[in-house]
Every structure is written in C-alpha cells, then in structure tokens.
Write a protein that binds this ligand. Sequence first.
Ligand code: ADP
Ligand code: MG
Length: 855
Amino acid sequence: PIDRKSVHRICSGQVVLNLGTAVKELVENSLDAGATNIDIKLKDYGAELIEVSDNGDGVEEENFEGLTLKHYTSKIQDFSDLIHVETFGFRGEALSSLCALSDVTIFTCHKSAKVGTRLVFDHSGQITQRAPFPRQQGTTVSVQQLFHTLPVRHKEFQRNIKKEYAKMVQVLQAYCIVSKGVRINCTNQVGQGRKSCVISTAGSPSLKENIGAVFGQKQLQSLIPFVQLPPSEAVCEEYGLNTADMPPNLYRITGFVSRCDHGVGRSATDRQFFFINQRPCDPAKIVKLVNEVYHLHNKHQYPFVVLNIGVDSECVDINVTPDKRQILLQEEKYLLAILKTSLMEMFGSDVNKLNVNQKLLDIAGRTMWKFCVKFSNEDGNMWTEMLSESETESPSREGKRTMTLARLRESFSLHQTPECNFRSPKKVKQQQRSPKQMLLDRTVSTAKTPKTVLTKEPQGCQKVDSKGSVLSRYLRKLEDNSDSGFCSISESDAGCSTPEAGSCINSESAVNSEGEFCSTEEQLQPAGCSKNSLDWDVQGLGTEPESDRGNDWTDQREFSQEANSSSPRVKRFKSRKFKSKAEDLEAGKYPEVMNTCVDVLVEVQKKIVPLEFSMKVLAEKVKKVIQQQQKRTETENYRRFKAKISPGDNKVAEDELRKEISKEMFAKMEIIGQFNLGFIITKLNSDLFIIDQHATDEKYNFEMLQQHTVLQGQKLIVPQNLNLTAVNETVLIENLEIFKKNGFDFVIDENAPVTQRVKLVSMPTSKNWTFGPQDIDELIFMLSDGPGVMCRPSRVRQMFASRACRKSVMIGTALNVQEMRKLITHMGEIEHPWNCPHGRPTMRHIVSLDLISPE
Ligand code: ADP
Ligand code: MG
C-alpha cells in the first residue's frame, strides 16, 4: 500500500490543481475571515512565492494546531450546515493541501490576541516552529515553491508558468469584481526586478466600480445593466415550462453585459464572469445561452459578461467538484428562460436574418424534390444549399436503383481516362435498359435545353446544375440509400464567390433563382410529379416504345438544332448520347436476330459411372463456403465512412476523414474526373470522394498566406495609448515578435507606471481593412493561452480568407487532369484540408464501391 504521506501528497494535487486554485483558496479564506483589505504578493509569477495578507479576524491560538490538518474547518460543524453555507470554504482541505505541496508559513494575529504568531508547517501539516511575531490583526499565508514535493508536476508548473499565471489572473479578476467593499491588490516581482501591479481595486461598494477598476473606465462605456424579466410565453414553451409552478422570486439576477452593437463586444470570451450567490463559477449552460443570444445580434463578437445569480441556498449544490466551480441548480430551465427572455429584450427585438432564411428553407423543402437555394449573408458571401424532401417512393424505384448502382460500380471500376464519359455506352446496352430508364434518360436530356435557355446569368455565376450530368442522377439515387452505406449529397458547397466576380446575389434574387430552379428541376423528375414534367413525359412517351429507331433519328435532328443554341457543355452531353444510340443499333439489334435457335436431332448414349460421394467432404466444403460468406459480410459491415453529406453531419464526416485519410494518401488518389465544373471526383482503392475545387484551393492558398505573410505596418502620427491591464501589458511585451509579424509595433517605456508602459506606434494596413486595438486584445488573449505560438487576429484571418478566395479556382472552371492533380496534391501538404477558411467542407466520401453490388 502507498504510505499515508504519499497519499496525502497525491490527493492534495486534486484540491490545489494549479496556481489559480492556490491563489483562489487563499483569497477565499481571507474573504471568509471578513477581510476588507487583501494583499497578494507574487514572486516569479507565483512559482517562487505566493503570499496573501489580510486584515480579517485572524486565527485563535486554540486553532493553530488544527489549522492545516486535513478536514479541519471552523466553518461548518456537520453535514446539515452545508445547505446554508455562506462561506467560500467548508471542507478544510486547502491549507492542508498547500502544506503537502509547498513550504507554508502563517503569520496571524486574532482580534483577541495581544501579539501575533509566526507558524511554520511541515508537509504533513504539523507545526515545526512557533514564535511570537508582531503584526496587526489579520493573517498572512505564505506559500513557497508550490508543487516542489511533486517533482514532475513541479517541472511542468515551471515550464507553463506564464499560462498558469494568466489563468490565475482571470480567476482573481472574478473575485475582485464580486467582492464589494474589499480592497484587493496584487503585485508580481520577477527576479530582483521591480514589483509590478497585476490588479488593484479600491474597495468600492459597487459592482460597476469594481469592473472599472479591473478593466478600465472604457470598458464600462460599452456595458448595459442586466434587467430581469419574467420568462415570456414563447421562451417557456421552448423550454417546456409552466411558469405557474415556479416561485416568482426564485432567481434574482444582476450584472452587466456588452451592448450588441457591432464592434462593442469582444473578440473572445476572455471577459465573462458568472457568479451564483457571489461565488465565481462556470455554469456551462448559462454561459452557452448568453453567448448564443448575443450572437443573434452580433454574430462576430462575444459579450463582456458579469452576472450574479442570487438564489436561496437550499436550491444550489456547490459541493460538486473540488474547485467548487461546477454548481447544481434546481429549476435550471426556469433560470435559462428568465435569462433568455431578459437578454432578448435588452438586445432589442430585431427579427434576425436567420429566421427569414429558415422560412425559405421550409417552403423550398416542401415544394421540391430537391433544389438549390442561394442565400447571401451579410458579408455578401453566397452559399448554396441543396435540399431534399422525403419523396414518395415511385413503384419501379427498387429495380431501377439496383441497376443504376450496378452500372455506377462498373463504370468506376473500369479504369477510365478522366475525359471519358461516366458510363461506357456498350456496357449500358448490355444491361437491357428498361423503357422507363430510357424515358428517364430522355427526360433528362430534353430538360437540359429549357434549362440552358432559362439560365441567363452573368458570367461567373455558378448556377449549380447538379442534375445535368449522368453522374448527378446517380448521385441523386444514392441519396435515398443513405442507410445502406451510401451518402447523400444534400449539401452542395458552391465556392464562395467574391463580390468582384459579379456573382453575388442578394436575398431578393434568391427567390428568383429559386423559381428558376423549381421549373427546371421539376422537369427532371422521373415519374411526372408536376405539371411541367408531365408535359415532357407525354412528349417522350408518345414516341418512344414502338419505333425506337425512327425516333432516335428525329431526336437527333431536334437535338442538333437545339445544340446550336446551348452551351458547349450541353453539346458534349448530347453528342455522347447519340453515339450510344448509334452503337445500340450496330452492336445490339442485328446479331440478336441472327442468333435465333433451330432444333437439331441428337443421339443419346447411356453409360453408368459410379459417383464418389462423401458426406464428410461435403460438410467441410459447406462449412468453408459459410465461413467465406461470413468473412465477406464482416468486411462489408465495417464501413469506414458512415457520415451523410449533410450540414448536420459535417463534424462526423470530418472526423472520419481525418481518421481514415492521411496526408500521403492524397498523392495516391486516382483522379476520375471533374463533375459539374465544380467538383473533382477521386478514387482511393474502392472509395470515391467528391472534392470541392474552389474550397480546397482556397484552403491551400489561405494556409500559405497564413504561414508566410508578414503584414506591413503603417506608422501612426501620434503613438497611441492602449489601456491594457497590467497582465495583458506583460503578455504583449513578451510577444513583440508575433505582433510585429502581424504589423503591430510598439514603444515600451519600462519606467512608466504599469498599464502605461506600452504605446502603439504602427498598425497593419491593407486596402479595404482597418485594424485597431481590438485586434491587439485578441492577440493578447490567444497569446496568454499559448505564449510564443504564432497566431493571427481573426480579422487578419478573415482578410487572408478573402484574399485566398479571390486567388482560387472558381466553380464553373473546367480543369484538366494536371490541374486537378495539383489541387489534390496540395491537400496533402496542409494541416487541416477538411474545411475552407469559411468553414465549408472541402471533401466528402461519396460511396464505397465494395458496397454497391455483391460481385
Ligand atoms: P476551509 O476554508 O474549507 O475551512 P481551509 O483549509 O481553507 O479550510 O482553512 C482551514 C481553516 O483555517 C479555516 O476553517 C479557517 O478557520 C482558518 N483560516 C484559514 N485562512 C484564514 C485566514 N486568512 N484568516 C482566518 N482564518 C483562516
Ligand atoms: Mg478555505
């Protein structure tokens, strides 16, 4: 067994997890002791020393012995007291754990004592030295060399000290904000250098002034006070609540939130503080809700948040995790409903754009089998989504599907040159095409014509005519098959078109294009479901079945006339079709007539042959066959790609790709061809993939810009003050190189007072982009999480994204094999090829050929 000393040491690491919890525990103890003045002294960011002094009650002499013993606490007597606990501490673990992890000395003078005492403790919490020590009422706890009793943790602690320090400051900020009437001051001294101020509040009785002391007066200007409202009916319905059951004053919420005007919020969640009964905590659902509501109004930023939720202590349980930051609440839904209603009201009741789009989607989904809707978002970026409606099964569907799949498998299994059609005409012929199938082919090809006539759009606009080619029809079929291993294409990711390309459409014209799509798509339906398609079917039906031959010729003439007026792509498609028909005639029809059989007389001779038969051998053979069969089904059952091609499945799909496709696999992919002038179809072993040519090129270009661009800075006429907190100032000073690469340059005045040491002298500029202090804030936030790691502010990323987009191959551009090969190879050269910088998918698995037909 592990000896008791070691156990204590190990377990102590679970109470005091890091610098943040150490400081937190000590500050909480001071607050619990009723202090109105708390001084925190750090040496080397806390790695060398943490010393917290207060003017609280102090410790009585009779309590000295127990002070640092495990589970000694003066705050509760038994379990029932826990319900009403008003103090931060109640477990009696912090001091005992700190003793186990570091060298602890306590100086204290209780209000009843004449003189103070100095107490030195060993790692098991025993007093080793005790001597009178002059001091005023209160307590000082000094923690030296935190974690030095756990060598590995200690090393890691020292290595990550900046990160730990940044997190600790975040924790401390929360206590500074919430502790009304308590003056908190924190300093840090690095080596023998000067003490610098980390944080300092003035002991004001108001939350607002505390916020101002921590984050500066400027931050206050962007805040609105939280105004609590009872939950609205709509919100109650959403949460399935009956408000009548709720006590009206269960929750009392106060605090401040950013206004939602653009630019007023923050670029990260770095300033969000939640409290329950003044206790700092991380209530995940509440955090999420607040950010979500804020995003409805300002989707590019995050709010500053300080919210205290007052609730009767019977309704909360804080004794959930050792750091007490996870809290269980009764009637949490009710709280969420209050928050949502109140925040919505505070941010104003604009109808947000998402809802409008949602309606469009609904209508579209109902009326069409599948069609494209184009939206433009606020930035003018356009995206296209294809929607599928659960279509009623047409009777002959099953048969058609099997055949289509078999053919699809065939066409991809044969080695084909990329320019080749997606099916070989001969093979198709041998498959005995059903009249229905022919009708479908016909319908598609004829429907093509009106479509091209209808499509009068500016050059460069990528109308996604995903129904145009033979392949797309197959893909459409596959969609119904999603649970048998086939993916559905329900999201066609047309590359973003920049405004420059003239292809951006606004929401008004989205309606138009919808209508257009509507008519064309309907014509494509296999069994006439709409008036339009009926017309086409009738035309086809009237001529097709009887006189195949004559009709083909008529058709051909018709087509060639039409071909004159249609796009080159349509021509290609048609001539392909004629060829197959012509070959039908040559190879198919005539030999069939020649081969009719004639009866011939045959003489039959009888002969007796003994048949060797062993039941054992047969049984063995059968067993073998069964085993083989089992093996086959097993491999079939292991499907590596299961995600559907649908926005909801994006994460799953990406995870699968990340898991299954390694960097070097891209180079091994076979290029099958280009589909719809927008997508590259590739094959790796038996898997087919579809790759968005624009999105993938965009991602590659983006990564290159991101890695290699040094932004040019422009000198400011007057150096600008930045109002940084002391910590942020330090982070900035330590990462000047990274700022420089992003075009930001500063002058540092070491002798100026803290928070005034840094002045901005140069800012990045680019034609249409302006940058400012908020980008610096964001960089600081990222850098305090990963010191020294190259990063870019999100707006620089956006700028790169937009540059990358303009540089990249557009949808609608024909590519030859080399060009496609290059795009695919590039995918293997970047870290995350799965998404374009705008977050759209670059690549999806279409189907595994092994799953299509048994042989
Ligand atoms: P807890 O806070 O859960 O009671 P701690 O280990 O943090 O446990 O503290 C143990 C005890 O030491 C407290 O119950 C309190 O009586 C005493 N104590 C700790 N810090 C102070 C302080 N700054 N001032 C007065 N008493 C303190
Ligand atoms: Mg405590």
